[in-house]
Design a protein around this ligand. Sequence first.
Ligand code: MN3
Length: 192
Amino acid sequence: MKFELDPLPYAKSALAPHLTEETLSFHYDKHHSAYMNNLKKLLEGKPEAEKSLEEIVKTSSGGIFNNAAQVWNHTFYWNSMRPSGGGEPTGALAEAIKRDFGSYAEFRGQFHTAALGQFGSGWAWLVVDSGKLKIVTTGNADTPLVKGLKCLFTADVWEHAYYIDYRNLRAKYLDTFLDKLVNWDFAAANFK
Ligand code: MN3
C-alpha cells in the first residue's frame, strides 16, 4: 500500500460552522495521521506492506487491523461529508430509502438512534446488505468492509469527532451531520 493519507476532499475550514477547522485539524492531522504512522511502523519489513489497504483491512487482526481499518474508515468518513450537504437525497437512492425504511424521516430517525446508541467509540453506517439498505453500527475500528457489505456513508461517533465543537452532545453533532453535512453524491456513487 502507499503509506500516505489521501488529502482531505475540501479545505479544513470548509465544513464550518458545523465542524470547525480546529476539529478537522485535530481529527485529520493528529488522529487520522497517527493511525497511518502506527500502521507504517507495524508493517515495516513485512510482506503485507505490499498489499492494498482494503486487502490489509480484510485479512489482518490485532494492531495492524485496528490501524488499517481506522485509516480506511476515516478516509471514507471525510468523503461522507461535504460543504452544504445533508438533508434528503434525490434519485435512485431516495427511492431505495423509501422502499427500505418507509420514508426519509424514518431513515433519519433510525440512523440518529443507532448512532447515538453506539456505546463508546465507533461508527454508524448506511450499507447495502443483499440488495437492501441497512443501518449498522460498529465498535472501535470495526468496519462493515470485513463483512463484504457495500458502504454508502459513515458517521464517526468517536468523541474526538465532535468534542471540540459539541462537547458531550453527540445527539447535536448527529443532527448537524444528517441535516448539514452528509454527502449524498458520494453515497449515490457508492450505491451504483
Ligand atoms: Mn475519528
